[in-house]
Design a protein around this ligand. Structure first.
Ligand SMILES: C[S@@+](CC[C@H](N)C(=O)[O-])C[C@H]1O[C@@H](n2cnc3c(N)ncnc32)[C@H](O)[C@@H]1O
Length: 268
């Protein structure tokens, strides 16, 4: 296809139905497009008991990607939403998608900016929501796919997740809420023990757990790493049904592997 000067390549627009609201998102090949875990998170916080926590509140969406969570929060009646991402293409896409959904500054109060987790953030929020990157950094994996590269984080895929668990309380007002997606791929028990030790056993809960099949096309480069890690620390990252997962030392594509997404909810 030949573009004339100044002409922009038309990207696909996807529509997502969350409760009664329809969110339109223009796809950007450099930005993570929402998958089922994001939609599961949104369906959960769309429930009246959680949605009311966003109304007239100040919200922080860390790793905004296309902007879907922040857009939902503004439509849910938040007073102000800060949407941050380390990927500059995500910042541009979030800004574009806000307009696409009729959300303009003035009618709505929001900010979209480049930040590494909490860097540059100087206020406390009523709610923090995040679907952080879940893969370990793996040189050679998805090298030509920036959206997938930005879904990698150091420390075995835990850097953003652990930073939010560890420092999130300081960025929440007393009585504030955290909604955080984790994956067994980052260490199933490790996340829960980190929550126990930082937030306290009584102050957090698992709102939702969902099992997904390992996608050989996408997860393959990380599988040997996850299997090796869990054989060392005995914390499940990926697993097999009806087979002792810990007796398997290498990825075998002919077996059906699974992982789990966990939605955490904590109260400061
Ligand atoms: C799994 S995607 C989620 C995107 C979007 N929130 C959603 O649910 O569709 C993770 C997002 O975190 C961003 N990210 C990665 N590392 C980050 C960091 N250190 N600080 C902030 N955002 C980061 C990525 O660029 C990506 O947009």
């Amino acid at each position: 296809m030949k573009l004339n000067r100044g002409e922009k390549l038309q990207q696909a627009v996807h529509q997502f139905q969350i409760g009664e609201s329809t969110i339109s998102l223009e796809e950007n090949p450099n930005v993570w497009l929402p998958r089922d875990p994001t939609l599961q998170l949104l369906q959960m916080i769309e429930k009246p008991e959680y949605k009311s926590l966003f109304k007239q509140k100040r919200v922080l969406d860390i790793g905004s990607g296309t902007g879907i969570i922040g857009i939902w929060a503004l439509q849910a009646g938040a007073d102000y939403v800060a949407m941050t991402d380390i990927n500059y293409s995500a910042i541009q896409t979030t800004l574009h998608n806000l307009k696409l959904n009729g959300i303009y500054n003035g009618d709505f109060q929001f900010a979209v900016f480049d930040s590494d987790v909490f860097m540059g953030i100087q206020e406390q929020f009523d709610v923090i929501v995040s679907n952080p990157p879940a893969q370990p950094i793996m040189p050679g994996a998805h090298e030509n796919n920036p959206a997938s590269k930005y879904n990698e984080a150091r420390e075995g895929g835990r850097y953003v997740l652990d930073s939010i668990i560890k420092y999130g309380k300081s960025y929440l007002k007393a009585g504030g809420h955290l909604f955080l997606l984790g994956s067994s791929r980052q260490g199933y028990r490790q996340t829960q023990s980190a929550m126990d030790s930082v937030w306290g056993k009584e102050r957090w809960e698992v709102l939702l757990e969902k099992e997904y099949s390992i996608d050989p096309g996408y997860h393959r480069p990380y599988m040997d790493y996850w299997i090796a890690q869990q054989n060392v620390d005995r914390d499940i990252r990926v697993y097999l049904k009806d087979v002792d997962t810990f007796s398997v030392t290498h990825y075998n594509q002919s077996l059906d592997w699974f992982h789990r997404t966990i939605l955490l909810h904590a109260l400061r």
